[in-house]
Ligand binder design. Structure first.
Ligand code: ADP
Length: 187
């Protein structure tokens, strides 16, 4: 199975591009953000634990998201592969992903990284707040914390995957169609 990672800061356009990628390459889209929002809506114990962290712009514990991912891998053996969107977000998560795939004799296929500048992140998230009404998009201080968290905890993954020879970077500051084309070519 293929295991693609769609990587990038909040607001880079991962969700938008994921829709194109899953259709074109017959992948199972796994967005940890969407999965967590479902848990919150259903008021499950996991959702209740995650809600405060997410609404403060902080990450949910590594073991929690890794557990959700491992369950999904076990439940779908029919797609051509998975498109991971929002996971991994820390070095520890990347290590756990490598471990769970190694157990199956598999590995990450490629990391497609959408890059945009911090100033653009702000504009895009403010715009999305009008459309989707996500609680973590509404407050500038929370958006800033998500950007800071990205730089501190998630950005080190770039070096991790470069070292593994799996990293490929795309300019996210192009039209939606142009980004989609660049991603297709990279995949
Ligand atoms: P964004 O558009 O900010 O990338 P997501 O929808 O991917 O948003 O995620 C929303 C929030 O869910 C994150 O800010 C974080 O609190 C939590 N979350 C999502 N994925 C993870 C993960 N892999 N590890 C920890 N927390 C996560």
């Amino acid at each position: 199975m293929k295991y693609y990672i769609l990587f990038g800061p909040p607001g880079a356009g991962k969700g938008t591009q994921a829709k194109f990628m899953v259709e074109k390459f017959h992948l199972h889209h796994v967005s940890t953000g969407d999965l967590l929002r479902k848990e919150i809506a259903a008021k499950t114990p996991l959702g209740i634990q995650a809600q405060q962290l997410i609404e403060g712009g902080n990450l949910v514990p590594d073991e929690v998201v890794a557990g959700m991912i491992e369950n999904l891998f076990a439940s779908d053996r029919t797609s051509a592969g998975f498109l991971l969107d929002g996971f991994p977000r820390t070095i520890r998560q990347a290590e756990m992903l490598d471990e769970m795939l190694a157990k199956r004799g598999e590995e990450v296929t490629k990391v497609v990284s959408l890059m945009i500048e911090d100033s653009l992140i702000f504009k895009r998230i403010a715009n999305r707040a009008q459309i989707e009404g996500r609680a973590d998009d509404a407050d500038p201080a929370v958006i800033q914390n998500r950007i800071d968290t990205y730089h501190q905890k998630t950005e080190p993954l770039i070096a991790y995957y470069k070292k593994a020879g799996k990293y490929c970077e795309i300019d996210g500051n192009q039209t939606i169609e142009a980004v989609a084309e660049s991603i297709s070519a990279a995949m």
